[in-house]
Design a protein around this ligand. Sequence first.
Ligand code: PXP
Length: 251
Amino acid sequence: MTHRPVLLGVNIDHAATLRQARYRGQHTSHLAEPSPLEFTRQALLAGTDGITVHLREDRRHIQAEDILAIAQLPNVRLNLEMACTPAMLEFALQLKPAAVCLVPESREEVTTEGGLDVVGHFQRVQPIVQALGCAKIEVSLFINAEAEQIKASQATSAPVVELHTGAFAHAWGTAHEKVARNELHQGAELAHQLGLIVNAGHGINYDNIRGIMTLPHLHELNIGHSIVSRALFVGVQSAVREMKQHLQIRA
Ligand code: PXP
C-alpha cells in the first residue's frame, strides 16, 4: 500500500524561549537573538509543510509581533495554537491563519500537559470552533486520545483533532509503551471513522518518531522542542530535513 507522506508542522516556540531567556521585555531590540522569524525562514527552506506557534497568555515565548512578522512571509502555512478565550479568538480572527489548534492553558504548567477537555467545556469550545470555521480557518482540537473527547470534538464540527502524544513519549522504551501506543492507535481509528482529520503532537523526537509512524491515518505531526534542540547542533535546515525524512517512512 502506498501512503501519503505525513506533513510536518515545525513548532518554533522554543526558538523564542531561548531569546526570551536573555531579552524578556526587549524582544523587539535589534540585539534580541535568536530570531524566530529567521528560524522560520530556515525551516521553510528545508521544506517544512507548516509553522506552528503558541501565543500563550503569559507570553513566555512567542510574542504577537513575531507571529505578525511570520505571517507576512510568502508560502507560510501558519497554525496558531491558542487557548479558548475571547481575546485569543479576536487575535485569530484578525490574523486569519490557515489553521488554529485549540489547546488548554494554565499559567503553572511548563508546557501543554494534557489535552483540551472538550466534554467538560463543550459550551465554551463549540462557539469558538464555529466562529473560526465561519472565518474559513481550519480548526483542530488538541485532545487526549479518549473516545469521549473524540466524539465531543466531532460534535463541535471541528474538522481536525490533534491527538496528544505526550503520554506515549513518556512511555517510550518502558513497559507502558505498548498500552500508550494502543490508546493512540484506537483514538486515531475512531477519529478517522468519525470523519475527522488526524494530527498528532507533543513530545515527539527523533527516536520515538518510529513508534509514532506506526499509527494509522496520520495527516500532520506538530513537533517543536526536539527540532529546536537538534538545530543547536546541526543547524535548523538539517534538523528539519532529518525529521521530514522520518515522516516519509511508514511502518
Ligand atoms: N502540539 C501542541 C498542541 C502543543 O501544545 C505542543 C507544545 O507546544 C506541540 C504540539 C509540540 O510539542 P513539542 O514541543 O513537545 O514537540
